[in-house]
Design a protein around this ligand. Structure first.
Ligand SMILES: C[S@@+](CC[C@H](N)C(=O)[O-])C[C@H]1O[C@@H](n2cnc3c(N)ncnc32)[C@H](O)[C@@H]1O
Length: 902
C-alpha cells in the first residue's frame, strides 16, 4: 500500500501543479484580452474555461519497449510543456506564459520590479494558488517523511535548532542587506567576513546550512546570494546605515525581519525549556514555581518570575521591546489580507449598525471594514496608549471617518465591563451589533478568555453577534463525531479533513499548516496561552454564554472566522464578577500578566505593565490591500471538495446538502492504486464554481451548508439567528475592481527570463518522471534493487577516488549529484543516473561496469538527463564486461557540441 499511497501523493502534486500553471496560463492569455482585468477577477471567474490539452508529445525512445505501460500517476505532473520562450505547447494559442516566481530570484519588498515580476508574485498569493501550493507542500512533506530514513527525519527534527540559530545570525548581522547590495552574483565569504567581522569559515558554514534549506543560495563555492526567501527579510536600509548604533532597523519596514529576530531570540530560547518547565527533572534548570497564571517555559529559560510583557519592560530589554510592535506587523503575512470581509455577512447588517473591535489595535481591521461597508459604524477598543496611536494613524489616513462620527477609538481594558458606546452627537448610547475579537483569544489562558467574553456577553443584546477570528487548529486525524448516533447537534464548521477526500494526506495538511501549530506552541511557551481547536473554542465560549453558529475559513487554511450568538450564561460563570479574575489570581498569589486595572473605563490605568503595542499590528492596511480582499472574498472559503457539492447560488442547481461532519468515508485502499491520479483529477474542479451536483452518498444532513458566490456558510439550524443571519444565501456586494497594479498583466507577459535554471539544489533535482512497468515480477524487483545498490555504491566510490577529474570546475556539483543516489523505482527499467561534462572519462556507469559488469544483465537501458541540464547521456549496457565494451554507447550532446567547438 505504501507505493500506492506515494503514487497518489505524487499524482496530487501533479494535479496541484496543473492548477497553478493553469492559473498562470489563463492570466497570461487574458492579458491579450481587450478588457482590462486583474488576475483575481480572471481567475475567480466562475466559468474560466478549461482548455483541453493536446496529447502529450511522446519521445520515440519512450515507446521502444512495449513492456512499459503508461501509469497515470507517473505521468504527472501533467503541466503544459513549454517551448524555450515559455509558450505553451498544449494550447492552440501561442502565448508567453507568466512563470511562477523563481526560488533563486530575490523579490525585495523594498524595491521596484518589472510588471511581469509583480504580476507573477501577485498571482502566487491568489487564494487558488495558495490552496494548490498547500497541497503540494503537504504531499511533499508526507512523501519525504515516508521515504526518508526515520533516523534522519528524527535528526532533522532534533538538530533543527541550528536553523533558527543561523537564521538569527543572518538577520542580526545584516547579511541580507549586504547580499542585496552584492546582487545576483553574490558575495564571497571573505568579503562578507570583512563587513560582519566574523571568520569567513564560520560564515560559510552557517550560510551553507541555510542554503541547504533553501533560505539563501550558494552561487559558487563560498559565494552566497539572497534568494526569494531570504529577500523578504530585507529592511531596505543600507548596510552602512545599519551599523550605526542609533539606527532602528525595523522602523517603517514590513516587520518580517523584526518577526524573525523575535522568533529566533527569546521565543526560540523559551521553547527549548518546554520539558524543563513541565517535566522538571533533577538535572534540568529549576522551574520557577509558577507564581502567576501565565507562567511558561519563558520564565524558566530567562529565570524570571514576571510575565513576558513585564519582563520586556525591564532595563536591558529596550531593544526587544522596541522590536515587538514591528514584529507583530510582520505577522500580517500569515493571513490572506482581508479574509475578514468574507468571514461574516456584513452586508446584511442594518444601516448604522455598530461594530466594536475589541483589542482592535490601531484599527487595521476596522479601517478595512469601514472602507468596504459604508453603512456600518465602528468602535475600536484597546488599551489607552494603543488607542491613542490608532487615533493618530487614522487622522493621517481617513480623518473624515473620525470627524463624521462613523468611527471612534476607546481606551478600554477588556477585563473590565464594557463601557457605554456614546458616539459624539448621539444622545443615546449605541447598542453593539457585532463584537470582533481578532487574534486576541490566542494571547490568553482559558480563564482570561472567559473573563473577556463574559464582559462582552453582559453588554450584548439578544441580537449581538460575536466574531472571533483566530487560527482554528485542526486535529491531525479525521475529525468526526465519535458517536454518529448521538442526538447532539453537530458543531457547525467542524471539518472532517482539510485534505482532498480519499487522498492519503494528513487530514490537517501536515507541513502545509505547520505554521498554526508553531504559533500555538509559541503562545504556550511565552504566555501559557494557546491556539485552539474548534471543539476547544466552542467549549470555551460556552463558559461565557456564547454559542458558535457559523464558521468560515480559507480553503486549506486554518485561520478561521467563528460567529457566536448569545445564550444563557452558565451558572458557574454568572456569579463571576468583573474583578474576580484579579481577585482570584491575587488570592492564589498570581498576577495576571502584569495587568494593573484602573477603575475608570476611559482613563489610562496608572500602569499597564506591557509594551506600547503588545501584539498590536502597527501598520494600517495599504490601499491595495483594502481593494483586493473584496475581490478575493468572492471565492468560497472551504476546501474545494466541500464547496463542489454545496448548493450554488450561481447555477441554481443546488448540489446536495453536505453535512460537514459526515463526509464521504475515505476511499477504499484499492482506490489508491494506479488510477488514483485519474480519480483525484476527476473530482478536482477546474477553476470553475459551477459544477454539477455530485451524487449524494452521505447520510441525511443535520446542518445547513449553504454557499453563495462569496463564501460558504455552515449554519446550525437550531442556532439563535437574527433575521440577518436567517438568509441561507448571502450576496455580498460585487465591489468593482479599481485600477490595480494587477493590470500589469495586460502589458507584460513574462517570458521565462531565467531560462531553465536549476530549481532544486543540485544533488536533489529530480530527472523526468520515471516510467513504471505495470507489474514487475518479484525476482526482477529484487535483481534490480541489488543492481542499483551496487551501481550507486560504485558511482560514489568513483567520485571519491582521487582519479576522478573535475575539469569542469563543477566538481562540487558532480559530487553532490553522485552522492545522492537516485532511489530506483523498483518497478522501473528506465532510470536516471547522474552525468556531468568533465567526468565522462570515468563515468559512474563505466566504473560500475568494470567492477560489476557481470551483474548488469537485466539493466537493458539507462537513460539520463543530467541534474544540471548540462548533458544528456544515454548508456546502453549489454551483457557482461565484454558486452559493455562493445555495446556501450555514451552520448553526451553537450559534450559532443563542446568537443566540436574546440
Ligand atoms: C494580537 S493583538 C491583536 C490586534 C488586532 N485585533 C489585530 O487583529 O491586529 C492583541 C491586542 O490586544 C490588546 N490588549 C491586550 N491587553 C488588553 C487589555 N487588557 N484591554 C484591551 N486590549 C488589550 C493589545 O493592545 C493588542 O492590540
Amino acid at each position: 500500500m505504501t507505493f500506492a499511497a506515494l503514487r497518489s501523493l505524487y499524482a496530487l502534486i501533479g494535479d496541484a501543479l496543473d492548477d497553478i500553471e493553469r492559473i498562470y496560463h489563463d492570466a497570461s492569455l487574458d492579458s491579450s484580452s481587450p478588457t482590462p482585468t486583474t488576475p483575481y477577477t480572471v481567475l475567480t471567474s466562475p466559468c474560466t474555461p478549461f482548455r483541453p490539452r493536446a496529447p502529450r508529445p511522446v519521445d520515440d525512445e519512450d515507446t521502444e519497449d512495449d513492456e512499459y505501460v503508461p501509469y497515470s500517476a507517473s505521468r504527472t505532473p501533467k503541466t503544459p510543456r513549454r517551448t524555450g520562450n515559455g509558450a505553451s505547447l498544449d494550447s492552440d494559442v501561442t502565448v508567453n506564459v507568466l512563470d511562477f516566481p523563481s526560488l533563486d530570484m530575490p523579490y525585495y519588498p523594498t524595491e521596484g520590479h518589472d510588471q511581469s515580476t509583480d504580476a507573477s508574485e501577485s498571482l502566487a498569493s491568489h487564494p487558488d494558488v495558495i490552496a494548490a501550493t498547500n497541497r503540494i507542500v503537504a504531499a511533499c512533506g508526507q512523501i519525504s517523511a515516508t521515504v526518508h530514513r526515520p533516523f534522519l527525519t528524527l535528526c532533522d527534527a532534533a538538530m533543527g535548532y541550528h536553523l533558527p540559530a543561523c537564521l538569527r545570525f543572518l538577520e542580526a548581522s545584516h547579511t541580507v542587506e549586504l547580499l542585496r547590495a552584492a546582487g545576483p552574483n553574490g558575495m564571497h565569504v571573505s568579503e562578507l567576513s570583512r563587513h560582519v567581522n566574523v571568520d569567513e569559515g564560520k560564515l560559510a558554514h552557517m550560510l551553507r546550512l541555510l542554503a541547504t534549506h533553501h533560505i539563501t543560495r550558494e552561487v559558487r563555492p563560498n559565494v552566497f546570494a539572497n534568494n526569494r526567501i531570504s529577500a523578504i527579510m530585507d529592511s531596505g536600509k543600507s548596510p552602512e546605515d545599519l551599523w550605526r548604533p542609533s539606527q532602528d532597523k525595523y522602523e517603517s519596514t514590513n516587520g518580517i525581519a523584526a518577526f524573525i529576530n523575535l522568533c529566533t531570540d527569546e521565543l526560540f530560547k523559551s521553547a527549548s525549556y518546554l520539558a524543563d518547565c513541565y517535566l522538571p527533572m533533577p538535572s534540568s534548570r529549576k522551574s520557577t514555581d509558577g507564581t502567576h497564571a501565565m507562567h511558561a517555559p519563558f520564565n524558566v529559560a530567562f529565570n524570571t518570575d514576571v510575565p513576558y510583557f513585564e519582563w520586556l519592560e525591564q532595563p536591558g530589554n529596550e531593544a526587544r521591546l522596541k522590536r515587538f510592535g514591528p514584529a507583530m506587523t510582520g505577522t500580517a503575512a500569515w493571513e490572506v489580507p482581508g479574509a475578514i470581509i468574507g468571514g461574516f455577512p456584513w452586508h446584511d447588517l442594518r444601516e448604522g449598525s455598530v461594530v466594536v473591535d475589541v483589542g482592535g489595535g490601531i484599527g487595521s481591521t476596522a479601517m478595512l471594514l469601514a472602507h468596504t461597508f459604508p453603512h456600518l459604524k465602528f468602535v475600536v477598543q484597546d488599551r489607552p496608549q494603543v488607542a491613542e496611536q490608532g487615533v493618530a494613524a487614522w487622522r493621517g489616513r481617513c480623518p473624515e471617518m473620525l470627524d463624521s462620527g462613523r468611527a471612534m477609538f476607546l481606551g478600554h481594558d477588556f477585563f473590565l465591563p464594557q463601557p457605554p458606546l456614546n458616539f459624539p452627537g448621539s444622545r443615546e448610547p449605541a447598542m453593539p451589533s457585532v463584537y470582533i475579537l481578532r487574534v486576541v483569544t490566542h494571547d490568553w489562558p482559558d480563564a482570561f478568555v472567559t473573563k473577556i467574553l463574559l464582559n462582552l456577553r453582559r453588554a450584548a443584546t439578544p441580537e449581538t453577534k460575536l466574531l472571533i477570528a483566530d487560527h482554528i487548529l485542526p486535529h491531525a486525524c479525521y475529525d468526526e463525531n465519535e458517536d454518529p448516533a448521538s442526538e447532539e447537534e453537530p458543531l457547525p464548521g467542524m471539518v472532517r479533513s482539510l485534505a482532498p477526500q480519499g487522498s492519503p494526506l494528513l487530514p490537517n495538511l501536515g507541513k502545509a499548516n505547520a505554521n498554526a501549530y508553531w504559533l500555538d506552541l509559541t503562545m504556550r511557551v511565552t504566555f501559557n496561552a494557546q491556539e485552539r481547536t474548534l471543539r476547544e473554542m466552542a467549549a470555551l465560549v460556552q463558559t461565557a454564554g456564547w454559542k458558535i453558529v457559523d464558521v468560515v475559513h480559507g480553503e486549506s487554511s486554518s485561520f478561521g472566522h467563528m460567529t457566536a450568538v448569545p445564550i444563557e450564561i452558565p451558572e458557574a460563570s454568572s456569579s463571576f464578577s468583573s474583578s474576580d479574575t484579579v481577585k482570584n489570581v491575587k488570592a492564589s498569589g498570581q498576577q495576571p500578566a502584569g495587568r494593573h486595572r484602573s477603575g475608570s473605563v476611559l482613563s489610562a490605568p496608572e500602569s499597564i505593565r506591557m509594551d506600547h503595542t503588545f501584539g498590536s499590528q502597527t501598520a494600517l492596511p495599504t490601499e491595495d490591500a483594502m481593494r483586493k480582499p473584496v475581490q478575493k472574498s468572492r471565492r468560497p472559503l472551504l476546501p474545494w471538495w466541500r464547496s463542489k457539492s454545496a448548493p450554488s447560488a450561481h447555477n441554481g442547481k443546488g448540489g446536495k446538502v453536505v453535512t460537514p461532519e459526515k463526509q464521504l468515508p475515505p476511499l477504499p485502499p484499492q482506490a489508491l492504486q494506479v488510477d488514483t491520479g485519474k480519480s483525484l483529477k476527476a473530482r478536482r474542479p477546474k477553476l470553475s464554481l459551477i459544477t454539477p451536483p455530485m451524487p449524494d452518498l452521505r447520510p441525511p444532513a443535520q446542518v445547513l451548508h449553504t454557499r453563495s458566490d462569496s463564501k460558504v456558510r455552515i449554519l446550525s439550524p437550531g442556532a439563535n439567528r437574527s433575521p440577518a443571519c436567517m438568509q441561507d444565501t448571502v450576496q455580498f456586494p460585487q465591489v468593482p475592481a479599481g485600477p490595480s497594479s494587477d493590470d500589469t498583466l495586460l502589458q507584460s507577459p513574462l517570458i521565462s527570463a531565467h531560462g531553465e535554471s536549476s530549481m532544486l539544489l543540485p544533488a536533489l533535482e529530480p530527472t523526468s518522471p520515471l516510467k513504471v512497468r505495470a507489474r514487475p515480477s518479484r525476482t526482477s524487483l529484487k535483481k534490480k534493487a541489488s543492481q542499483m545498490f551496487e551501481f550507486t555504491k560504485a558511482s560514489m566510490a568513483n567520485l571519491r577516488s582521487p582519479t576522478s577529474r573535475d575539469n569542469s570546475g563543477l566538481g562540487h556539483l558532480a559530487a553532490a549529484a553522485a552522492s545522492t543516489p537516485r532511489l530506483p523505482n523498483l518497478g522501473a527499467s528506465t532510470m536516471s543516473i547522474p552525468s556531468l561534462p568533465g567526468v565522462e572519462e570515468s563515468p559512474p556507469s563505466r566504473m560500475r561496469a568494470d567492477s560489476e559488469g557481470g551483474r548488469m544483465r537485466e539493466l537493458k537501458k539507462m537513460r539520463s538527463k543530467s541534474q544540471l541540464g548540462l548533458a544528456h547521456v544515454t548508456v546502453e549496457v549489454r551483457e557482461g564486461r565484454a558486452g559493455l565494451r562493445e555495446g556501450s554507447r555514451v552520448e553526451s550532446r553537450d559534450a559532443e557540441s563542446a568537443e566540436g567547438g574546440r
